[in-house]
Design a protein around this ligand. Sequence first.
Ligand SMILES: Nc1nc2c(ncn2[C@@H]2O[C@H](COP(=O)(O)OP(=O)(O)OP(=O)(O)O)[C@@H](O)[C@H]2O)c(=O)[nH]1
Length: 411
Amino acid sequence: MAETDPRSRRVVVPGVRWLRFPRRLEAEYRDYQCLEAVDSFRVKAFYILFLYMLLVTGIYALAPEAVLGLWLGTYIWVGVIVLAAGVLAQFRALDRYFPLYAGFGSFLAVTLSMAIPGFLDEPESVQLANVSVIYALVIVYAMVGLRFPVATLACWAGGMVGWFIAEHFGRGIDWLMAHRTYTGVSLLGMFLCYTEEVRGRLLFFNQSQLLRQQQRTQRLAERLHRLSREDSLTSLANRRYFDEALDREWRRCQRDKRPLAIMLVDVDRFKAYNDHYGHLQGDECLRALAEELGRYSRRGGDLVARFGGEEFILLYPGVDETEAVRLASRLCRSVRALGIPHADNPTSGEVTISVGVAVKTPADGGTSLQLLDEADRALYQAKQSGRDNWRLYEPPPTVRLVSDNGNRKED
Ligand SMILES: Nc1nc2c(ncn2[C@@H]2O[C@H](COP(=O)(O)OP(=O)(O)OP(=O)(O)O)[C@@H](O)[C@H]2O)c(=O)[nH]1
């Protein structure tokens, strides 16, 4: 509703009528406007030059021969100014100086156009020269792309200096004619330039609001996405993210014919820890362990996640059994080295972990669920054999059975 109600613009878009946004937005607008203007001037400069060529051709056809030299000699300079501005506009490094050189060029062009009539005698020539003033003003206000204050300053200052030159070095200025052309077209040009800038500012404001809204939405979406993958207590990846990663890495290792290792980590006697120190301290302990385990993600593809409760899981694509048991052993030692007191852990008096390790090469068959199951069995064995250690899952040995009729079967 607010956007469609024109009365609300005054509130929603502060400073548009006065051509001045609040400070930060104003700075952004000026940069944006400058780049837009110079971008379009890169092409327009040559179009303006073309228009000037038309004017010069007209002058050549109509001007009395006696003053032809003065005419062409002067207008060549206007052409040179436009050409110079067009060439400068091709250099991107000079983009931010566009208002400066285009404004100064406009000032010079208006000065020259305004001064010429003061050096001519014939009424026809004077009229023709005043037409060129109109040309210059229309181009500066409507085509160069200067902001309203810059265009206004360039045109009025150029007019004043041109008038000064004509008065002091030429025959003076026909004021009636000057008002009909210079003053009238200046006021019209200012009006057009002002309304164009208001329109441009509204457009810019709406675009920047839209962009800010988009950025906010994007940030929110990224945050939600991160939260949906993160465990809130430990900030490690959560179970859902782990399941996706396991599936992805399983298929990747299958394609690359590489092994995939996982380690299931369980905190020893954590119920007793909670009972003794309280649940909040238990949370603290899980956070400390998570931080330590997090250091064991070394390469892209490695993942450390909270599997649930006091269980963590580590995923290592491309890691074989030798490397996996080496990592598991280091993991147990690192947790022990943390030295978190656990009064009800009879073996060490400190928090320890048990680790179940399983390694499979997906290209040899099986599923990722089997891999998980094997890690779980290995963890069970680690617990059974006294905790604070690791076990690698070993498939049960193949037993050869011989049936009554003498055929061999494999189990
Ligand atoms: N503080 C805290 N405790 C948790 C959290 N999640 C699970 N637990 C506790 O972890 C304990 C796990 O206990 P059990 O599964 O019996 O195992 P355990 O006592 O560690 O014994 P073993 O695994 O056999 O060494 C339970 O008491 C849970 O309440 C949690 O987020 N914070």
